[in-house]
Design a protein around this ligand. Structure first.
Ligand code: UD1
Ligand code: CA
Length: 469
């Protein structure tokens, strides 16, 4: 007897309501990060790439508002709609599926994935779905040398018999513990009519006192259904890549695997990486063929590094766009900024959000730019702060130029035209504008607009007197 009808599409359900008691952190476990991305976003991105996936539903409960905000942010990044379901009390993974059922209509299937499986790949999920097609209940398993706390797959004469949680494993019933090496990965495909029939029989009479999703395996077999335990094999199926991340140690191992996967992909694409094990690049960031990056270096979020860009070591780049021909020297911090062709940044420069550095401009050591456009070929090479500023091309800033953009209550803009020269140690008290070709003498405090082509001096005059004897 089979309860499976050909599905129109397969909705996916991410179980993300648990607390993660083995991860001592104020953040819920699915919001722990690898390469700057939450486990939830990594799982969601993998599901989004599986052909035929319909909606991606996220089950939330613990710190629900935080998890739902991350689900919404991730959906927006992937161009999808977020859809969250609350499990008010977390009574186990089986109860999680029960909670989601009213949102899963029709006779199709649901692909269920534990939210703490951040290394799952679209290829592994796709191959699992192919092998699980037509089953009433199917799950993905993997062999482990030490099955630890994972659910054991019990087979009899090669056929699946049950999944038994570690806490409930009785060697008298299931044979020696050390021989039970096949474990459940927490990835399942269920036919909806089958689970509708089985869920009322789920009980919480077990060592954990929880409703286990894994009990659907034995219940399905008792009901004469098509139940399949599918062993993972091939690329991306290393045990550590498929199993849940529950502890800080498992998170560290998973992050290392993701790092080497990511650098492997980029090397294969033709990105030049020096000390690749020390280069950490988010899977959401795009690095093009012909970019050159020196480790240690971190590139996070939705960054884009174009071919021909040179990123030297010890930098952190987040949600930034670096064009070809740009050199970012050592120890720079770039966030939410755009750097155009041929610009030179650093060493020790800081570009903050909404900054645009135009073609060939230079931003040197101990220079900070915030919400600022630095025009073509302009240079701020030393010890300078430009905030809320609009700067034309060909401008030169002497060391120690400061835009005084904040009066303690409001922020004001500084406008600087083309080809200006701003002398060292100048304070530009905003709102203020400097016309094209103007010159500001060193040490000035500029509080009034400077017309184009003029020289402005705003400093005490030097006096020379006789020394007292
Ligand atoms: C689970 C499986 C185990 C498998 C392992 C693989 C069960 C009973 N056991 O164990 O067989 O080997 O995953 O990693 O499922 N969650 C909810 N609501 C709840 C409880 C949990 O949404 O009420 C979520 C958690 O947030 C987590 C996922 O379900 O993302 C799995 O829960 P977890 O407690 O980590 O299960 P394991 O003990 O690791
Ligand atoms: Ca887990």
């Amino acid at each position: 007897m089979t309860y499976h009808n050909a599905p129109v599409r397969t909705d996916a359900l991410i179980l993300a309501a648990g607390k993660g008691t083995r991860m001592p952190s104020p953040r819920p476990k699915v919001l722990q990060t690898l390469l700057g991305e939450t486990m939830l976003s990594l799982v969601t991105a993998a599901l989004a790439k599986v052909p035929g996936t319909g909606r991606i539903l996220t089950l939330t409960g613990n710190e629900a508002a935080m998890v739902e905000a991350e689900a919404a942010r991730t959906a927006a990044r992937l161009g999808r709609e977020a859809c969250c379901i609350r499990q008010e009390r977390q009574l186990g993974t089986g109860h999680a599926l029960m909670t989601a059922m009213p949102h899963l209509e029709g006779d199709g299937c649901v692909l269920v994935v534990n939210g703490d499986t951040p290394l799952i790949t679209p290829e592994v999920l796709t191959s699992f779905l192919e092998k699980a097609a037509g089953a009433d209940v199917a799950f993905l398993s993997v062999e482990l040398d030490d099955p630890a706390s994972y659910g054991r797959v019990v087979r009899k004469e090669g056929r699946v018999h049950a999944i038994v949680e570690a806490k409930d494993f009785d060697p008298a019933l299931y044979g020696p513990r050390e021989e039970a090496r096949e474990v459940n990965t927490g990835i399942y495909l269920f036919s909806l009519p089958a689970v509708r029939r089985l869920l009322p029989s789920l009980s919480c009479e077990n060592a954990g006192g929880e409703y286990y999703i894994t009990d659907l395996v034995a219940l399905g077999l008792q009901a004469g259904m098509d139940v399949r335990g599918i062993r993972a094999e091939g690329a991306g199926c290393e045990a550590a890549a498929l199993l849940g991340v529950n502890t800080p140690a498992e998170l560290a191992v998973a992050e290392e695997i993701l790092t080497s996967r990511r650098t492997g992909e980029l090397l294969a694409l033709g990105v030049i990486l020096h000390s690749p094990s020390l280069v950490r690049i988010s899977p959401f960031s795009r690095v093009e063929r012909g970019a050159e990056i020196f480790g240690p270096c971190e590139i996070y979020g939705d960054s884009v590094i174009e071919g021909g860009a040179l990123i030297r070591s010890h930098g952190v780049i987040r949600d930034a766009r670096i064009e070809g021909g740009v050199e970012v020297k050592e120890f720079c911090h770039i966030e939410g900024a755009e750097v155009k062709q041929g610009a030179l940044i650093g060493p020790w420069a800081r570009l903050r959000p909404q900054t645009l550095v135009e073609e060939g401009a230079h931003v040197g050591n101990f220079v900070e730019l915030k919400k600022t456009r630095l025009g073509k070929g302009s240079k701020a090479n030393h010890l300078t702060y430009l905030g809320d500023a609009e700067v034309g091309g060909g401008v030169n800033f002497g060391a120690g130029t400061i835009t005084c953009n904040y009066d303690g209550t409001h922020k004001f803009r500084t406008l600087i035209g083309e080809d200006c020269f701003i002398g060292s140690n100048t304070s530009l008290v905003a709102p203020v504008s400097i016309g094209d070709n103007a010159l500001v003498g060193a040490g000035s405090v500029i509080v009034e607009d400077v017309p184009a082509g003029k020289l402005a001096l705003g400093r005490g005059r030097q006096v020379i007197k006789e020394r007292k004897k």
